[in-house]
Design a protein around this ligand. Structure first.
Ligand SMILES: O=C1O[C@H](COP(=O)(O)O)[C@@H](O)[C@H](O)[C@H]1O
Length: 232
């Protein structure tokens, strides 16, 4: 496992550079394989990058977009990662992309899993580009420390798993660790000195630390060098 850090003076520069890098990788995937696939994270961090990416001059009709993880809420809920993505990314040029939702009508993500797995099969796995966020507790995707389903989600051969966060709101559905690790390109999008310190701590070489932070468990498994995009 290795990380390459890209550091920027402010959030606007970070968003523009990350959006440019994603757009170039999407173009390359379309040139090589005819279509491209992208999995994006939600939460507070990506809205600015989404707005920068959506105007990129690429053939969006050839792009499948899904989520790295989702809160099990209706897709118009304030906490929905799908709503965030529809309002900020799937606009202007990027409105032509095909979006694959990670929620359905089931009451719980555990009940909805099989249907989501089927929906996601329109993507040619492994996915081309996958953007990870990271929470202040070291969770990434919806792989939360101490979640009862964490070990299963880290070992599953399925695309997705249901997770119950010990403290954060909402039941979750998440790409499993093996699904994330197989991605052709993995980018980590984080801001703030606290998250930089946390990621550096998580990457130290003690076994106790490896087990503590899901972000470390994921980055230990990714196939290529993960690219970290950061600003204070
Ligand atoms: O709950 C989630 O949290 C992480 C981190 O979010 P942030 O608000 O700290 O940027 C996010 O990557 C994930 O997609 C989301 O569901």
């Amino acid at each position: 496992m290795s990380l390459q850090w890209h550091e920027f003076a402010n959030k606007d520069e970070l968003d523009l550079n990350l959006a440019h890098s994603i757009a170039e990788q999407l173009k390359q995937a379309i040139a090589e394989r005819g279509t491209a696939s992208l999995a994006v994270s939600g939460g507070r961090t990506p809205a600015g990058m989404f707005k920068a990416l959506r105007t990129s001059p690429i053939d969006w009709a050839k792009v499948n977009i899904t989520l790295v993880d989702e809160r099990w809420v209706p897709n118009d809920h304030a906490d929905s990662n799908e709503r965030l993505t529809r309002e900020n990314l799937l606009q202007e040029n990027a409105a032509a992309a095909n979006f694959i939702s990670m929620v359905n009508e089931s009451a719980t993500p555990h009940e909805g899993l099989a249907g989501i797995e089927l929906q996601l099969n329109v993507i040619k796995w492994p996915i081309d580009i996958l953007i990870l966020g990271m929470g202040d507790d070291g969770h990434t995707a919806s792989l939360f420390p101490n979640a009862i389903e964490l070990e299963a989600a880290c070992a599953s051969t399925n695309l997705v798993a249901a997770v119950t966060p010990p403290a954060a709101p909402h039941q979750r559905i998440t790409l499993t660790l093996p699904t994330i690790a197989q991605a052709r390109n993995v980018l980590v999008h984080i801001t703030g000195t606290g998250k930089k310190e946390l990621l550096n701590t998580a990457m130290q070489e003690q076994k106790a630390i490896t087990d503590l932070y899901p972000i470390r468990r994921v980055l230990d498994q990714v196939k290529s060098t993960a690219q970290v995009y950061w600003t204070a």
